[in-house]
Design a protein around this ligand. Structure first.
Ligand SMILES: *Cc1c(COP(=O)(O)O)cnc(C)c1O
Length: 436
């Protein structure tokens, strides 16, 4: 009778009462642990697991947190990878998120006990980082910032035809603007637009002139765009605000990306409002940053739609820590020296080769990603492995995402912090071990 595997399956209650599993239940929730227990019971019934191994098997099947989102090693060489959550937060920002995750003074002045301005410290940090801005506002993302601008300034929006771009995954800026009820007044042609084109399009219904940085493509050849400074000068005295969507969120000009517009310069050049994402080159949380003229920012803040687009306390905390704290990972990756990347690749490849793997260090090209600087490859270095490694590495613990180049899997090191190299080597060796 004791040969019947069903008789030997430990009972659910017994397993859940095990001290280690009870701890896990307290941390992760009973349902998650119970589901893992039921999987393990089934494996015992199937004869795939010995009953005495039930508790360790449940423990190893449990996720690290109650969320199924897992940390992934980004070895794609794309610094801001939208499918991988864009910019990784700095440790300072992660700490700030954890602290603000509980009850926090996001909208209370502790000195007076009265209600205070929401997220005032994050806004002050933004203004300190971009001195040309009179005021700042934070919304859910840059698309939300565009939607708010189009709704609140509305009427007719004058936009160059060559800047009516699709950002990615079917997200088209003109469709977003029109979805708010604003009308688009397209000026110029696909490849050329002049100041006069803009000025002739202005009329009594014009709500704003909108300039969109075509982040993810370039037009070459017989082309002409109107720089912000020229457009701002031409609009002087017309009473029409100039709104510039710069996308990438660089605060100031960056030596590595000379063609990427930045918030400070765009405002100093005369834009009335600038819009950007928080989770691209700024290296912070998903957010839409709006900076510029105080009266316009106030109009956006007072608009009823703002309430539907505002950010939560954890975003405000992460943003402030990104701006005031140590340099976030994306900026470190952008500034990384290629010689350092090469020596990391060589050290890693040597370690893997010593274990018998077909691994070599190669030169590679990294990208900014997230629709930024499409024409600007960043010199980088990678560990090259046989192509067959790609899938198992993605399925590993931790998952490692590289990319395929011909018959090789490349693991680019510019998109990975150096502190992850040891774990990366261990993950590759683990994949190789499971094969042999
Ligand atoms: C990325 C980008 C957006 C969209 O930003 P989200 O923060 O993802 O909403 C809008 N405009 C430009 C120019 C961009 O590069």
């Amino acid at each position: 009778m004791s040969d019947d595997p069903r008789r030997q399956v430990p009972r659910t209650d017994t397993l859940l009462a095990d001290p280690e599993l009870a701890d896990a239940s307290a941390r992760l929730g009973r349902e998650l642990v119970k589901a893992a227990v039921q999987d393990v019971q089934q494996r015992i019934r199937d004869g795939a697991l010995a009953p005495v191994d039930a508790v360790p098997a449940v423990l190893s099947a449990l996720p690290t947190t109650a969320s199924s989102l897992r940390p992934v090693f980004n070895a794609t060489g794309v610094l801001v990878h939208t499918n991988l959550g864009r910019s990784p937060l700095s440790p300072a920002a992660v700490e700030a998120v954890a602290a603000a995750g509980g009850t926090t003074d996001v909208e209370l002045d502790l000195a007076t006990g009265r209600r205070g301005p929401r997220g005032a410290a994050a806004l002050a940090a933004l203004q300190a980082a971009v001195p040309a801005a009179e005021a700042a506002l934070v919304v859910n993302n840059c698309a939300a910032a565009l939607a708010l601008v189009a709704t609140a300034l509305g009427g007719e929006l004058v936009v160059a035809r060559g800047e009516l771009v699709e950002i990615g995954d079917g997200f088209r800026i003109p469709e977003l603007l029109e979805a708010t009820g604003a009308r688009l007044r397209e000026v110029g042609t696909t490849n050329r637009v002049t100041l006069d084109d803009y000025l002739r399009a202005l009329g009594p219904d014009t709500g704003a002139v909108v300039k969109v940085h075509p982040s993810n493509f370039v037009v070459r050849g017989f082309t002409r765009a109107v720089p912000v400074a020229e457009l701002a000068a031409g609009l002087t005295g017309r009473g029409v605000p100039l709104v510039a969507d710069v996308g990438s969120g660089l605060l100031r000009p960056h030596p590595v990306l000379p063609d990427e517009p930045d918030l400070q310069t765009t405002l100093a050049d005369g834009a009335d409002l600038v819009l950007a994402s928080g989770d691209k080159l700024l290296g912070g949380p998903q957010a839409g940053l709006v900076l510029g003229r105080a009266d316009l920012v106030q109009r956006l803040r007072r608009h009823p739609l703002y309430r539907a687009l505002r950010v939560d306390k954890t975003t405000l905390a992460a943003l402030e820590a990104t701006l005031r704290g140590p340099q976030p990972p994306v900026q470190q990756m952008l500034g990384a020296d290629v010689a350092d990347l090469r020596s990391r690749a060589e050290a890693l490849a040597a370690r893997l080769a010593a274990a018998g793997l077909d691994a070599v260090a190669v030169d590679s090209e990294a990208r900014v990603g997230g629709g930024g600087a499409p024409e600007h490859p960043l010199p980088s270095a990678a560990v090259s492995l046989p192509a067959a490694f790609a899938g198992p590495l993605r399925a590993g613990r931790p998952p490692v995402v590289g990319y395929l180049a011909g018959d090789r899997t490349l693991l680019d090191l510019r998109s990975l912090p150096p502190s992850d190299d040891g774990t990366l080597a261990a993950a590759v060796l683990e994949v190789a071990r499971r094969w042999t």
